[in-house]
Design a protein around this ligand. Sequence first.
Ligand SMILES: C[S@@+](CC[C@H](N)C(=O)[O-])C[C@H]1O[C@@H](n2cnc3c(N)ncnc32)[C@H](O)[C@@H]1O
Length: 219
Amino acid sequence: MAVPTTRERWERDRLVATAYDLVVEREAPVRAAGKALWGCDTRELFRAIDRIGSAPPGTRVLDVPCGGGVALRGLRPGQDVDYVAADLSPTMLARAEAMARRRGVADRVRLEQVDIAALPFDDGAFDLVQSYNGLHCLAEPADALVELRRVLRPGGELRMTCVIAGVGVRQDAAIRTLRRLGIFGVVGTARDLEWWLRSAGFGAVTIRRTGALALVDAG
Ligand SMILES: C[S@@+](CC[C@H](N)C(=O)[O-])C[C@H]1O[C@@H](n2cnc3c(N)ncnc32)[C@H](O)[C@@H]1O
C-alpha cells in the first residue's frame, strides 16, 4: 500500500491527529516523550507558548498549524486578542474548537481550515504568528516560512518551534522513521532553519535549542 504524503496524512488521518493531540495536551506524557524521542525539555516549549498571555490588547494572532489547540493554553479568558487558529486537518480543528470552549476563550478564537503554503490572509494581516511543532511536518518548509512572513506586518513577530536534524544519531533515526510514515516532511538542521528564515525575509532571528527542538523568535 502506498504511504500517503505528509499533506494527505495530516489532512485525512484522524487516528494520527487524535493520537498526537492526546499526548501533546498532557504535560507529563509529552515531557517523557520529548525526552525519549528528542532529548528535549518540553517545559521550554510550554514557557514559549504561554507568552501569548501577555500580548498587548488588540494583538492580531495567527496560530498555524494550531493542531488541537495546544497554544490556546496560554490565552486568558477575556484577553483582548483577535486569534485565528488555523490548520489543514478537520480533526485537529474540531479538537481546537473543543479546547477553546474548555478554556473559556472560544469568543476570542476563529478557526480556519488552511494550507500553510497558501494562506487565505492579506499581507501584513497579523502582529504575531505562532507556529508550534509544525514546520517539520511540511514537504516545503522554506516556502511556508515565506508565507508566514508575508502575513506578518512589518515589525511583527514569529514564535515557532520545530524539530531539527543533525543533533544526534537517535534523533535523526526518529526523524527518518517519521518521514517514512508520512508524519514528518523535510527536516532541516539548525543552519538550514536559519537560512530558510533569513531567505524568507526575517531579519532578527534567534534560535535556541533544547535537544532536537528548536525554539525560534524572528521578526
Ligand atoms: C505535530 S502537529 C502540531 C500541532 C500543534 N501546533 C501542536 O504543537 O500540537 C502538526 C500539525 O500540522 C498540521 N499540518 C500539516 N500539514 C499542514 C499544512 N500543509 N497546512 C496546515 N497545517 C498542516 C497538521 O494537521 C497538524 O495539526
